[in-house]
Design a protein. Structure first.
Length: 201
């Protein structure tokens, strides 16, 4: 078990090293946190880019949900409903994952401030888009495998308050924001304690 854990850590560090050291042939993206080209250009992931990039990811996700809402039942397929929603959510998720990795390796006051700003909004945003998505995706014709994926997705929507009345859903979004901020503060304190820790022999 320890050997496997060490192997995973070694591969992860190798991935990060290659992402930093190898040049990317792709054109420079206007939104580096949303750029899916590999290797990742970590040097371009700066705190001032995080907030506008995450706002752009949320805009694209909301646009995907609105596009799904405009589809007629006979037009709906897995690709233009679940596929489109997964793709747009994946962009937002990847942007936030890069931010968390960056914070764990290159923590700074500027990055903490940016994370404290965007993390609660992302949490509330994901809760807010679930109701519209659930109502429309139920009408999609699916294979058994896709139907199972739909069931899991719908359960995730319900866990995020899709079935709640507007007032309770708003309260849930507020709680999600508070929990996210508390988690951010705990993480900051943990990292501060880790930096200040010493071992005298």
């Amino acid at each position: 078990m320890a050997a496997m854990s060490l192997l995973r850590q070694s591969l992860y560090l190798l991935f990060l090293f290659l992402s930093v050291s190898l040049p990317s042939p792709a054109a420079i993206s206007a939104h580096p946190f949303l750029d899916r080209e590999r290797p990742i250009r970590w040097s371009r992931l700066t705190p001032d880019k995080l907030e506008p990039d995450i706002q752009e990811a949320m805009r694209r996700t909301r646009a995907s949900v609105e596009e799904i809402s405009r589809l007629r039942p006979e037009e709906m397929t897995y690709e233009n409903t679940f596929g489109a929603l997964e793709k747009s959510n994946g962009l937002l998720t990847e942007g936030m994952c890069k931010a968390y990795v960056l914070k764990s390796l290159c923590d700074s006051g500027e990055l903490r401030k940016a994370m404290d700003s965007v993390a609660p909004r992302v949490s509330a945003f994901l809760s807010s888009v679930t109701k519209t998505a659930e109502e429309r995706l139920r009408q999609t014709h699916l294979t058994p495998e896709q139907k199972r994926y739909m069931e899991l997705s719908m359960q995730s929507f319900r866990d995020n308050g899709a079935d709640l009345p507007p007032d309770k859903r708003a309260r849930l979004e507020a709680i999600d924001r508070e929990l996210t901020l508390a988690s951010q503060r705990f993480n900051n304190l943990y990292m501060d304690a880790r930096k200040s820790w010493t071992w005298t022999v």
